[in-house]
Each structure stands twice: as C-alpha cells, then as structure tokens.
Design a protein around this ligand. Sequence first.
Ligand code: MG
Length: 472
Amino acid sequence: MRANRSVRLAVPLSMAALLLPSVSGAAERPPNVVLVFADDLGYGDVGVFGAQGYSTPHIDRLAAEGVRFTDFYVAQAVCTASRAALLTGAYPQRVGLTGAVDHRARHGISAEETTLAEMLKKGGYATAIYGKWHLGHLPPFLPTRHGFDDYYGLPYSNDMWPFHPERPGDYPPLPLIEGEETVETNPDQSQLTGEYGRRAVAFIEAHRDEPFFVYLAHSMPHVPIFASEAFRGRTPRGLFGDVIEEIDDTVGRILDTLERLGLDESTLVIFTSDNGPWLSYGDHAGSAGPLREGKGTSFDGGVGVPFLARWPGRIPAGTVVTEPAMTIDLLPTIGRLAGAPLPELPIDGKDIGPLLLGDPGAVSPHEALFFYWGRHLQAVRSGRWKLHFPHEYRSLDGPPGSGGMPGRYTQRSIGLALFDLRVDRSETTDVAAQHPDVVKRLEALAEEARKDLGDSATEQKGTGVREPGRAP
Ligand code: MG
C-alpha cells in the first residue's frame, strides 16, 4: 500500500483559494467545517437510514440538501482507534492507537502526527472541539496540544466512571475538562449534549468572519445514556430515542446559526459516528439496521456508519453515494478543499472530493479498505467484495440487556469467507467457493497491507507503523 501523496497541495493558501471553483461570493474563502461525530450511533439510528420510534429531521436535512453515503466506514469499531483514524487520516494501527484508552493510559497521540485541526490551523482556521477526545488524557495528549484552540468535554468514554454498571471500582471520578483544566468531576451527563451544542454555536458566532473548524464529538449515545429534561420521555423508543433527538436538536441549532449568519454556502457540515451500536445494552443501544453484528466487530454492523454531508451550492441536494469510503479520507479531502498543507508523514486516506461533491461517475479512490481489530487484520473490502480472514468476534449470547445493564457476549468464529455486499450487505452468504479469483486478488491486497501495517495473526510488525506518544 502506498502512502497517499498524490493529493498533496504545496501551493500557498492564496493560490489554493484561486483553485477553488467559485459559486458565490460567500464561497470565496476556504469552507468552514462542522464535523458532528456521534458515539456508538449505529447505521440504522438516523431517520433517513431507517430509524424507528423517534425522528431526526435536522440530520435527515443534511442528506435531503446534500449527500448520503451508504457504504461509509470507520477504520476500527472502537472509540480510540476510530478517532485516531478520523483525526490523522491514517489507519489507527499505523499511528499506534488502538482499542479504547482509559485513565491508566500513559500514551496518546504522538506530537509527530498532524491532526485534522493542526492541518486546518496551518490553513488559517479557528478550531474547537466540544465533546469526547479519547486520544490520551494526560496533558501532552490533550486537544489543546494538538491543534484545537478551544476544548470542553470528556477526555475518554462517559462510562469510565465510578458508576460503571459492571466495574464500578475500576474508575476514578470522571473529569470534565475545559481547556486543560478539570472543571468538574462526575458531571451531570444529562447536560452534556446540550452544552456541547451551545458551545459549538457560540464558537461559530464568535468566528463568523474567519474560516472555522468545529468538531462536535458527542459523548452520547454511548452508555450510560442521558437526555436533558426537555427531551426525556419524548419518544416511543424510550430514553435512547430521546438522546438521539437531543443530538439532532444540536444539529438543528447549528444549521439555524449558519443560516442566520449567512454562512450556509461557505460551510461544509458532516454528520457521522465512531462505530456501530453496542448491542449488549439492548434498549440503551442503537441499531445496525440491516448490517451484521455491531460495535467491536469487523462486520459492517461494527464498522459501517451513517454518513451525511451538506454544503449548499457545492454538494447537489439529494445525492446518494454507494462507493465505499472511510473516515481516514476526511483529512485529505478537507485539506484539499481548504487549501491546507497535508501531513508530512504518510497517511492512508485519499481525497474523496469528487464523491462528496457528487461528481457524476466518481469512484472510490481506494483499491481496498482494510479492517483491523487492534493489530489483527480481520477483513478487506474492494469494490463490491468483502473478504473476512479467519477470526473470532463477539456476538450476543441470549437476550440483550436493558435499562442500562448489558447482556452477555460470547465469542464466535468465522473462517475465510467472501461476501458480495452489492447483493448481500448483511454478510450472510459465503461465496468464496464460487469466486476463487476474487479471493486470490483480495488475499494479495491483504498481503501488501501486512508488509506495511503488520498483522498480529501472521506475526508481522509492518514497516510503516509508528509509535504513539508516551508520557515521561
Ligand atoms: Mg464509540
């Protein structure tokens, strides 16, 4: 696998701005970017993707007025790994960040890596994150050290606190951080979604006259789920539906603000999620819709997420993209749109601008996308085909939990198996025997990836992997 150098833009910002097609006066400056990232929200948890029992009119509006990707992926179906990929444009194992780090971790994102925020700062943007970080909680790893001007939120998952349903003794009080200071511990989580949204709106208002990047990384609907009083008890789906409607409300407030400030046509708004639903939590978890399994697996229910984006005047309304793409692609794509310099170190994402902007006939720039769990290569997707390598995965063992208590998982296993996602998105029917040529081609692609990114199953370290940052 080659590093993505082809989209590097080495021209100055002023020249880069000239390269951007102009559709109106408002679009002359590099686009503002609002990236809303939900936690553990599944493929089936947004109205336009089939959600039942509550409604998401504002998130749905992104698709109606912009684009929806049907085959959009995260790199790994767990929080830290997924966020590392989103913010570096690299596979998480390349940058040494896998799993879900907690308060004991002495490592975090390396200072050598260039985050999406650092890239955009070099392009002249004001930057903020409101919500969950999860790339290391020690000071050298906080968002303010990695390109964000402003931060308010949790350093890691909202269940890593003394009220954990199964392991209450494992965690110290949960810090709520502003800048680099802990301003509260064990905060009232019913206030988080609304407060993150209010801060996002305030940042947009304060920076209306310059390019801005707001990363709204909601802590919800990761368990334990909470909604504020105004949203509790609203939906037939119960608390989970209330939580999603409150997230949807923050999207609505942002869209209202952009319209009020005349920033609609100069702002790219994206909504997606870090991984699929945590199925063992039953009524407190989301739904993967028609996709197989959920969070923590390399099936599409784990790594497949809803993706919607709106940029009036640039993205044709009602566009649907069925080509595969991944969160690693957002950094190089946004970098090109913003005329910002891409990272010096090799990354894996590619420019999906033609797909995002609805160019007719645009295709995925990836010959293959690779799905690791930690450092274990479990599956590869190329076009319509997804090949699983033999691996174990967690799956519900009996009924799921309810009311915030999880049900039990058991370990199951899958052998070498090929699925044709164009006709079998649910990964039910192994067609490896009918398509030995396809299996051979995907195995060869995987072998190339192993040399570069490693694979614990074959005990390969990989020549292209880098170390995370480590606290002294
Ligand atoms: Mg998550």
